[in-house]
Design a protein around this ligand. Structure first.
Ligand SMILES: [Zn+2]
Ligand SMILES: [Zn+2]
Length: 274
C-alpha cells in the first residue's frame, strides 16, 4: 500500500512535470523578414498552458505549420511597439477568436480566451479600433487587453512574469515603453531580453543571470565587444534570436570563449527547458 501510494505520487508528479517545457522560436528575424527568417515571435509550451512572446509576422502561419494549438495560449506579451514585434497580432487575434472558438472547434476548446498584454496604452487603443473595423463588434468581448507595468505584472497561478524596462525605444529624447521579461514557471527561470540598446547597458544582468534559458536579441550590438556581459550571465542555455548577419559571423569565436551551451535560433527551432 505504501509502495502503491509512492508510485501514484510519482505518476502524478510526472504528469505535471514529466515533459520538459519547450520554447519554439517561430520567428527569429530582425527588422524586416529575410529569405529564411520571419519577425519576432516565440511560443512557450508548458505542461498546462502556452504563452506567446511577441507576435511579429507571420505568427499565425508559424503556429499552424508547427502543429501548435491556438487554444493553449493563455497570454500574449508584447515587448515593445516596433512593427517587427506586433505585426502579426491582428491575424493572430482573428485566428484565435474565430477559427479556434468553442463553436468552430468544440473538441479543441480549452475554456479561456487569451489576455493580450501590451506595453503601451496607445497600442491598445489602436489595435482595439482596428479589431472593431475587422470584426464590426462581433466577438469584441473575447479580446482581453491588458497594459504592462514595470515590475511583477502577471500571475495566473502557473506563470509569473516581471517586466524590466530597457532603453531600446527612444524617440526625440524620450524613452518609450520597452521591456525585458523574466518568466518564472514550473520551478524554472526564463529570461527574454526583448530588443536592447547598442551598448547592452540596459541588459539587467542581476535579473537575467543563472536563468535556465535566456533568449537574447542578436542585432543591436556587436557580439565581440560584450563577452564580459555574457560571461556574467551564465545561463543553463543561451539562445540568440532577432538575428543579424553581422553577429552570426562572430558567433564561432564567441562559442570558443563561452563555457555554457549557446545557440543561434532558426525559425521553427525547439529548445527544451529541463
Ligand atoms: Zn526588433
Ligand atoms: Zn525594436
Amino acid at each position: 500500500m505504501k509502495y502503491m501510494t509512492a508510485i501514484l505520487s510519482c505518476l502524478s508528479m510526472l504528469s505535471l512535470h514529466g515533459a520538459p517545457m519547450k520554447l519554439y522560436t517561430l520567428g527569429t528575424g530582425a527588422g524586416s523578414p529575410t529569405m529564411t527568417r520571419d519577425n519576432s515571435c516565440t511560443f512557450l509550451q508548458t505542461s498546462k498552458y502556452a504563452y506567446l512572446i511577441d507576435a511579429g509576422c507571420h505568427v499565425s502561419s508559424k503556429i499552424i505549420r508547427k502543429g501548435l494549438d491556438f487554444n493553449d495560449i493563455k497570454a500574449v506579451f508584447i515587448t515593445h511597439m516596433h512593427e517587427d514585434h506586433f505585426g502579426g497580432l491582428t491575424s493572430f487575434l482573428k485566428n484565435r477568436m474565430h477559427k479556434y472558438s468553442p463553436y468552430t472547434r468544440p473538441g479543441k476548446w480549452k475554456g479561456f480566451w487569451p489576455e493580450i498584454w501590451m506595453p503601451d496604452a496607445d497600442g491598445i487603443k489602436a489595435f482595439d479600433m482596428l479589431m472593431n473595423v475587422q470584426l464590426r463588434g462581433e466577438g469584441k468581448e473575447k479580446i482581453i487587453w491588458k497594459l504592462i507595468k514595470p515590475g511583477p505584472f502577471y500571475d495566473d497561478g502557473h506563470l509569473k512574469v516581471t517586466a524590466i524596462p530597457n532603453k531600446h525605444f527612444k524617440v526625440n529624447d524620450e524613452y518609450l515603453p520597452s521591456y525585458c521579461f523574466l518568466f518564472e514557471v514550473e520551478g524554472k527561470k526564463i529570461f527574454f531580453t526583448g530588443d536592447l540598446r547598442n551598448d547592452l547597458s540596459d541588459l539587467p544582468i542581476d535579473a537575467a543571470k543563472d536563468a535556465d534559458l535566456i533568449l537574447c536579441e542578436f542585432t543591436h550590438y556587436v557580439l565581440s565587444r560584450h563577452y564580459d556581459i555574457f560571461q556574467k550571465l551564465n545561463p543553463g542555455k543561451l539562445v540568440f534570436n532577432h538575428v543579424a548577419k553581422r553577429n552570426e559571423i562572430l558567433f564561432s569565436d564567441f562559442k570558443k570563449v563561452i563555457k555554457y551551451p549557446a545557440f543561434i535560433a532558426n525559425d521553427g527551432d525547439v529548445f527544451e527547458i529541463k
